[in-house]
Design a protein around this ligand. Structure first.
Ligand code: SF4
Length: 350
């Protein structure tokens, strides 16, 4: 092992594992860096240490975790290089990650950056011209090494300065996975995630939800969107009430717990104690309405939805008391289940 240290952008997919291991195999100390945001891998933040231990024991890689949400939300408004097939700003996303990594390099004592990119593997972000743009716009020309396809690219500083032996780097290209799988076998790696990724922005259905949130006609102005807005958006049933309230309703126990955990002081929280049913939140309901009457109308509609999606009782009244918490104060509201014809148009995503 030399004193040379490299910082590896670690998606957790096979390519980034192999790129890290390939460089480490030359005696370079590799520090992997895992970015998280509500769009990808946010659950890691619930147990960072557990994640680090898993990566170390499975792949022999030291990984650190960095939440990139604040900068990420800014690029989603209007990515310079546009979106992919869905609401995925892949080129800008990579540029942001590389810029952030570069800014961390000195403190971490690293001499160069590594990614697991493979030339021609992805239509948008891994074409030769796009790789060049990413390098240029992230201000990483010459310090960014892509070990899996380095022999097909220009020599980087690390190679020129002899920190790493170019001859031992690779020339992978294209969409096939057989070379990667063979290399994984050489490293004794058998358990690795599928290439599908896990980024919500590349998911055709979930990315639509995010797109709606970032559109100009959504109740929250796109510049005010917070991490919790995104986390709310990805959970349960979603409704836009007639006076503009954004209601999120849990579908199951897990959703209910999440909604209760995410709710902030300006949110209005709904729950039923008398029978099983959804927890719901009227996002920013305590500060959203111009007057008390409007707020009470929306609270009544929300309570009707909570009862509608609650457990049905065969005999006995259909209506039920719903506990409503506004600004820390709890009160009971009696509501009948709302008729489907009334709220069908309020549903945001079917
Ligand atoms: S799929 Fe998601 S995480 Fe990956 S580059 Fe694209 S936007 Fe970034």
């Amino acid at each position: 092992m030399t004193d040379v240290k490299a910082l590896s952008l670690f998606s957790g997919g096979l390519d980034s594992i192999l790129a890290s291991r390939l460089v480490a195999a030359q005696g370079v100390k590799v520090q992997a860096l895992k970015f998280v945001s509500p769009f990808f891998n946010y659950d890691i933040l619930e147990d960072v240490q557990g994640y680090q231990e898993t990566v170390k024991s499975k792949y022999g890689i030291d990984v650190m975790v960095h939440d990139i949400t604040t900068s990420y939300l800014k690029i989603l408004h209007s990515p310079v290089h546009g979106f992919g097939k869905n609401f995925n700003p892949c080129v800008d996303c990579k540029i942001l990650m590389l810029r952030t990594a570069k800014a961390m390099m000195t403190d971490l004592g690293c001499s160069f950056l590594i990614t697991g990119e493979v030339l021609g593997q992805r239509p948008m972000s891994q074409r030769r011209d796009t790789l060049n743009i990413i390098e240029r716009d992230s201000d990483n020309r010459s310090i960014l090494l892509r070990p899996l396809c380095a022999k097909l690219l220009k020599e980087t500083d690390a190679e020129k300065e002899g920190l790493i032996d170019r001859e031992k780097l690779l020339n992978f290209s294209g969409r096939g996975r057989s070379s990667q799988i063979a290399l994984a076998k050489e490293f004794g790696i058998t358990d690795f995630p599928s290439p599908a990724g896990g980024c919500i922005l590349a998911d055709p259905i979930l990315s639509k939800r995010v797109e709606v949130l970032f559109s100009d006609d959504f109740v929250i102005h796109s510049k005010d969107i917070t991490t919790n807005d995104i986390l709310f958006l990805l959970v349960g049933r979603q409704f836009m009430l007639p006076l503009g309230g954004w209601l999120i309703l849990g579908r199951n126990e897990k959703d209910n717990e999440k909604i209760a955990r995410l709710a902030g002081e300006n949110d209005i929280l709904f729950d039923m104690e008398e029978r099983p049913g959804p927890t719901a939140v009227l996002r920013n309901g305590a500060i959203l309405y111009d007057n008390q009457d409007d707020m009470e109308m929306e609270v009544a509609a929300a309570a009707g939805l909570v009862v509608r999606y609650g457990k049905k009782v065969k005999a006995g009244p259909k209506g039920c008391r719903v506990e409503v918490v506004v600004a820390g104060k709890e009160k009971g509201v009696f509501a009948e289940p709302l008729n489907d014809d009334i709220f069908r148009e309020w549903m945001l995503f079917l």
